[in-house]
Design a protein around this ligand. Structure first.
Ligand code: 13P
Ligand code: SF4
Length: 340
């Protein structure tokens, strides 16, 4: 009974994949998938990669439609940097971290700095790409930029050339980790520290998935497998990054693991779908809890198929639109990043 059910599920997936490939042949679409997507969805991607690579490659793509399998801010960013493209998302799933900040929260952060005597003109804001177009627009208006986890170091370094204080939103972990790597002082809004005493002031947002990885997990693997390497994403807590061997974006983690000898054991602290796809042997997920991103996992093969069918029938319900004013300023912040 169970075997028959499983066989049917596999057959259904294979049938859907064939239908998706057939639709792709006859439609002007490029399917884009982030590394955290389910395996079967990821396999359908014409373009796959980390947030930065996806933004860059979508902008350069020629097809009329981008069908983006990822989370909301990713599809929105493509629409902002390539407004003539039509962008559809099989699921408009919102990244939990991006949801932690909206325009009002951003304005409150700027007010918080003003209350401490730090004027708006003395602040250079940087937003992680994991934020809404509205937040990116506010940052763009204030002369700031977007960054991703693969270029955050470079962007903060560039920002500091202005001689201003950096307001980093929304991920406190990424902001603090990069500040630590650069030997800078940082604080988190609300932690009681005086923002005048630091170089990088971080908003108090975080990724619920990457919070699952703890120093205890690192110690557990080090004790169990002496000599094991620990590689983590910079969305992990700074205490975890401090006891790891490597910290990098999804693409950088893949490169790090690929360059290790096959017999070298490695435990990786990032989303499950990516980690289990990296290697067959000598790889461990750095957590006793399966670190699945709920929103990334929302997109199914069926959703992808339905979106392509909707494009064929000209009845897309999940097309991404960004109003002109927001798009203009969000684009300014994104282009400042892409130019670097
Ligand atoms: P990358 O930029 O490394 O792909 O990360 C995106 C993300 O959401 C990680 O949680
Ligand atoms: Fe957002 Fe975290 Fe999921 Fe990345 S893993 S998309 S930051 S909730």
């Amino acid at each position: 009974m169970v075997i028959t059910l499983l066989r049917n599920v596999v057959l259904e997936k294979e049938e859907l994949k064939e239908k998706i490939l057939a639709l792709k042949e006859r439609l002007p679409v490029t399917i884009v998938a982030h590394y955290y997507q389910r395996d079967e969805v990821f396999e359908m991607g014409d373009i796959t990669g980390d947030s930065l690579e996806l933004a860059r490659r979508c902008k350069a793509d020629d097809n009329e439609w981008v069908v983006f399998c990822g989370v909301g801010f990713m599809g929105e960013s493509v629409k902002v940097i390539a407004p003539d493209k039509r962008v559809a998302m099989p699921r408009i799933a919102c990244c939990a971290m991006a949801r932690m900040i909206d325009k009002e929260c951003y304005d409150e952060s700027v007010e918080f700095l003003e209350k401490h005597g730090i004027k708006e003109e003395d602040v250079l804001p940087i937003t992680y790409i994991n934020s809404s177009a509205a937040v990116k627009a506010s940052v763009g208006k204030m002369g700031g930029m977007v960054c991703t986890s693969s270029n955050a170091y470079k962007i903060i370094e560039k920002g500091l050339e202005s001689g201003k204080k950096i307001l980093f939103v929304p991920d406190r972990c990424l902001g603090q980790n990069i500040a630590n790597m650069m030997g800078l002082k940082s604080c988190v809004i609300g932690d009681g520290q005086d923002p005048n005493d630091v170089d990088v002031i971080c908003y108090n947002g975080f990724c619920s998935v990457h919070q699952l990885f703890t120093v205890d997990d690192v110690m557990f693997y080090r004790k169990r497998y002496p000599g094991i390497k620990i590689a983590v994403h910079p969305e992990c807590d700074p205490s975890v990054v401090a006891v790891s061997d490597f910290c990098g974006s999804t693409s950088q983690l893949i490169k790090y693991v690929n360059e290790l000898p096959d017999e070298q054991k490695v435990a990786v602290g990032t989303e499950y779908n990516l980690v289990h796809r990296m290697r067959d042997k000598n790889i461990y997920v750095l957590s006793s809890t399966k670190p699945e991103c709920p929103t990334m996992n929302e997109t199914t093969l069926e959703d992808l198929y339905n979106t392509l069918k909707a494009i064929e029938n000209d009845e897309v319900a999940t097309e991404i639109f960004v109003d002109e004013e927001t798009a203009k300023w969000a684009n300014t912040a994104l282009e400042r990043m892409l130019a670097l």
